[in-house]
Design a binder for this molecule. Sequence first.
Ligand code: FES
Ligand SMILES: [Fe+2]
Length: 377
Amino acid sequence: MSVPVNLGRAVAKSDEIYPLQASRFYPKEQWYVGAYKSELVEGQTLARTIFGERVIFFRGEGGKATAVSNLCVHRFMPLDEGKIVDGRLVCPYHGYAYGEDGRCVHVPTGGAPSPHARLRHYPVREDGPFVWIWTGSVEGAGEVDIPDLTDIGLSDASDGWTTAVAERLHMQARAPLLVDNLFDLSHIAFIHVDSLPGAGGLAMIPPMFDRKSDRFRVGRYVPNFVAKPDTVIGDTMPMIVGQPVYAALLTDFYSPAVINSSGPWANELVDGDQPGESIAKLNFVHLITPETENSTHYFNVVTRDYHPDDESLSARLIAQTDRVRREDVGWLEQIEKIADRMSAKGEISSKADEGSLKVRRHLRSIIEAELAVSAAE
Ligand code: FES
Ligand SMILES: [Fe+2]
C-alpha cells in the first residue's frame, strides 16, 4: 500500500512544469550539443533521443555530420541498426537508402522513391569538440547562431586553450533542475564536501549577480585568496599555491544549452584588493541537452589556458568533474521523483537564490516568446 505524502502548499498547476511556468518544458528554438565530435565515427550511426524526438546522427559523404529522424518512412523501422554505405543511411529492414538531407534516394525493389519519402532533417554544425543540433523550427535555425564559446576555449576560433572531454552522463531528471544546481554553488559545501576539499568555504561566500545582455553571471570574488597545496584548487592550479591572488568563482549562463563554472579564474592582485593580469583560467563547462521532459543528456568539458601538455592534470580534472557531476545527478534524480507534484510557488528561497531565480525567469521568458511565435503562425 502506498503511503500518502504531505506536500504542504506545493500543489502543481496543470499549466505548470516545475520549476517553470509554461507549457513547454525547456527552450526549444535553440542549438544544443547533440554529441561529442569524437562520438560520431564515419561509417557508424549514433542514435539519441533529443526533446523527445528520436534522432540518428551519422557522417555523410566527405565525413560531414548530419542528423535525421530515426524512423524509416517505409514501415517505421528504427534506424539505429542502419548501415552507412557511401555516406548514405540504409534501413536494415528493406534497404531504403537516405541521403544526408534525409531524402530517400534508393528503393531496392525498384521505382523512383516517392518525393514524400524523406526523413526529417535537423540542422547540424560542428564547432570545438561538439556536434550541435538545432531542435527548433527549420526557419529558426538561420536566425540564431550557436553560442559563442570562444572566450572559454570551445570554438574552432579559440586559441591557447587545452580541452579535456568528460563523459556524457544520462540524468533521469529534467533540465531546469540542473540549471538550478549550477546557479546555487552553496551545495558544494554539502553534496561535494568530500570530492572538492577546500572549495566549500569559497562557495559559501555571498554571490553577486550581473547581467550583460543575455549573459547572466553569478560571481563570488575573493581578493587575497591563497590556495593551499592540499586542496582541490591547489592541486589543479599549482601556479597559485601559497601566493595571494584575486580569485573569481563564476557561473555564466551562455544559453539554455551552456553554463560555465569557472574553477576559478585567478588574477594577479593589485592595490591590495583589485584584479590585475590574468594568471590562469580554468572552466568546467556544462552542456545541457533535454532528452525528454524528465531526462537530460549532461555533457561536460574542462578547459584551461595553462599547462597544455600536462596529461596527468587533464586526467585529474576529468576524474574530478565526473565524480562531482555524478553526485549532482544522483541528488537531482531524487528531486525528479517528486517534481511532478511540486510547484515553484511552494518553494521558500533565500537571498543567495537571486541569481538562479533570475535565470529561471529568463528561461521562462524565452519559452513564452517561443510559444507566442508558434501560436501566431
Ligand atoms: S522499414 Fe525501412 S525499408 Fe522497410
Ligand atoms: Fe554540483
